[in-house]
Write a protein that binds this ligand. Structure first.
Ligand code: NAD
Ligand code: MG
Length: 275
């Protein structure tokens, strides 16, 4: 177990974000992406894959995660792509708005926005969730994407895409994730609302719904020790997923060739979970 927000570089076994395995084939050449929570987990897997597909990538993360972020920035630059670091706390509205302005300025525009960062803290009982804790989860998982998308919209041209990381928790919530699970249901829901609103503007909005994936979020308070001991074992595949196993899904949803897909949620949960 680690203190929140946790570092991928301190996890044993280390997660696989596709560092040595992901091979690009020019699917996102010249695209400009901003990924929140791009230092670790699914965000890092998407950042590596996007760069290898030819995109310039800005990542946001918490200042405490600088060590993980530096590893990602090096990998993006190794592909000859622009790597932009935007550390800061998404619970702050003015930071969310500044983050978008900084990304647009550094990348020279924006056409892929991945709202991936999230807070997940396990609580056996609703009675254990303080108002401050509840608020932090709502701010990170619901308000931050709202502020971020609002700031990004004036910059998004036809062909741009928004991708949200939701969860199997949106459909089948665990008893110990009362607050988190409802934010993931909200995420799934905003994908579908916004897809309808933005379709006439040529902007697609889709989601990814992971099952149990081996990331810092799970080992820094997201899952109980009891859950971690058999993490992913209840899935038909009998194991947790690695972030690398979801990288191609983010690429697929970002790829302009997926031009008729909007308002969709793509699951990856080892044979369990929905959708
Ligand atoms: P992760 O810990 O690697 O990524 C979460 C990131 O959120 C962190 O790296 C951190 O940078 C960011 N973050 C959290 N609070 C923040 C704040 N206040 N300000 C700025 N950044 C903040 O874990 P992950 O599992 O890759 O999480 C990525 C997404 O996947 C999340 O949306 C999570 O809900 C979702 N998800 C994860 C699982 C899983 O089993 N790991 C399952 C379903 C959905
Ligand atoms: Mg992290």
């Amino acid at each position: 177990m680690q203190d929140w927000p946790g570092l991928a570089s301190q996890m044993r076994p280390p997660p696989d974000h596709g560092e040595t395995s992901y091979k690009g084939s020019g699917r996102l050449v010249g695209r400009k992406a901003l990924i929140t929570g791009g230092d670790s987990g699914m965000g890092r897997a998407a950042a590596i894959a996007f760069a290898r597909e030819g995109a310039d990538v800005a990542i946001n993360y918490l200042p405490a995660e600088e060590e993980d972020a530096q590893q990602v920035l090096v990998l993006i630059e190794r592909e000859g792509r622009k790597a932009v670091a935007i550390p800061g706390d998404l619970r702050d509205e003015s930071f969310c708005r500044q983050m978008v302005q900084d990304a647009v300025a550094a990348l020279g525009g924006l056409d892929i926005l991945v709202n991936n960062a999230a807070r997940q803290q396990s609580h056996e009982s609703l009675a254990d969730i303080s108002s401050e804790e509840f608020d932090a989860t709502m701010k990170t998982n619901i308000y931050a994407p709202f502020w971020t998308i609002q700031a990004a919209l004036p910059h998004l041209k036809p062909g741009a895409t928004i991708i949200a990381t939701t969860s199997e928790q949106a459909y089948d919530p665990s008893a110990d994730l009362y607050d988190y699970a409802q934010t993931k249901a909200a995420t799934m829901n905003y994908v579908k609302s916004l897809a309808k609103q933005l379709a006439p503007k040529g902007i697609r909005v889709n989601g990814v719904a992971p099952g149990p994936i081996w990331t810092p979020l799970q080992v820094s308070g997201g899952a109980s020790m009891e859950k971690l001991a058999k993490f992913g074992g209840q899935t038909p595949m009998g194991r947790p997923g690695q972030p690398a196993e979801l990288a191609s899904i983010y690429v697929q949803l970002a790829d302009a060739n997926a031009s008729y897909a909007t308002g969709q949620v793509y699951g990856a949960a080892g044979g369990a979970g929905q959708p």
